[in-house]
Unconditional design. Structure first.
Length: 263
């Protein structure tokens, strides 16, 4: 695969860094907040089928922190403007972790440009009585390792994200992540009230050994989004796109929406 192209997109006065690769229908990937938000191998596989569009979230990855950024809903509205700015239509939206939270919030507001929605282990909900790891109480290294069921694979990933040249961007991401998700911890108490508004075909993907958001959360997302489908992948934790990349990309590629017919 060729290296993805990188460009700046003006979204209502904010210059956003965007990586793009591949041809076909657009696939917008909203990444998690962990690590430096770099292009990953599973994206190369998806770029064989789609035009993969990976923005760096405002305030992350060395980009300036916008004055208007106070919560996840601000990012949801921003990405609606982003899709307008690029003229995206019939776009498949893939949200990973906190990116899944953004994608779900976005879809409750306006799904007119969305062809289908895929949420991979999204944050955003809270279930009482379900034991889970609080990553804010872990060291940075253990927080990254907690994403994985296979610790050896986690250590390989950790070595990459902890590279010295990525330290500034990584620490900035951690700081902005805390600003947006610290209190209440990794959820919006109001989000569940509006998930019934998601009218686009939705696939929820979970890791069977996810300790950050255990699989009971996947069942709750499936229950709250009308006609959502849940796929639980064995032998992986909170990042199926990394730990079970082949099965993950197969699910993304095979999930189709109902073809829309022009009026």
């Amino acid at each position: 695969m060729q290296e993805p192209s990188r460009e700046m997109v003006d979204v209502r006065g904010y210059n956003l860094g965007v990586s793009r690769s591949g041809k076909g229908r657009p696939l917008l990937i909203l990444g998690d907040f962990v690590g430096p938000q770099t292009w990953q191998p599973f994206m190369d596989t998806l770029a064989l089928t789609y035009e993969v569009i990976l923005p760096r979230h405002p305030g992350f990855g060395g980009q300036p922190l916008p004055e208007w950024l106070d919560n996840i809903s601000d990012l949801a509205n921003f990405y609606l403007d982003f899709m307008d700015a690029l003229g995206l239509d019939l776009v498949k939206v893939l949200g990973l972790g906190c990116g899944g939270w953004i994608a779900a919030d976005l879809a409750t507001r306006n799904a007119a440009r969305i062809d289908s929605l895929i949420l991979c282990a999204p944050a955003g909900l809270h279930l009482k009585g379900v034991p889970q790891i609080d990553t804010f109480l872990l060291s940075e290294e253990e927080g990254v390792l907690s994403l994985f069921h296979d610790r050896a694979q986690g250590e390989t990933f950790l070595a990459g994200v902890m590279a010295p040249e990525l330290e500034d961007a990584r620490l900035q991401n951690y700081e902005v992540n805390a600003r947006l998700t610290w209190n209440p911890r990794l959820h919006d108490p109001d989000l569940r009230k509006w998930l019934h508004r998601i009218a686009t075909p939705t696939l929820v993907i979970w890791g069977a050994q996810d300790r950050i958001f255990p699989p009971a959360y996947g069942e709750e997302w499936r229950r709250l989004i009308p006609e959502a489908r849940l796929e639980v992948l064995p032998d992986c934790g909170h990042a199926p796109q990394l730990e079970a990349a082949s099965a993950f990309t197969h699910l993304v590629n095979s999930f189709r929406s109902i073809e829309r017919v022009a009026p």
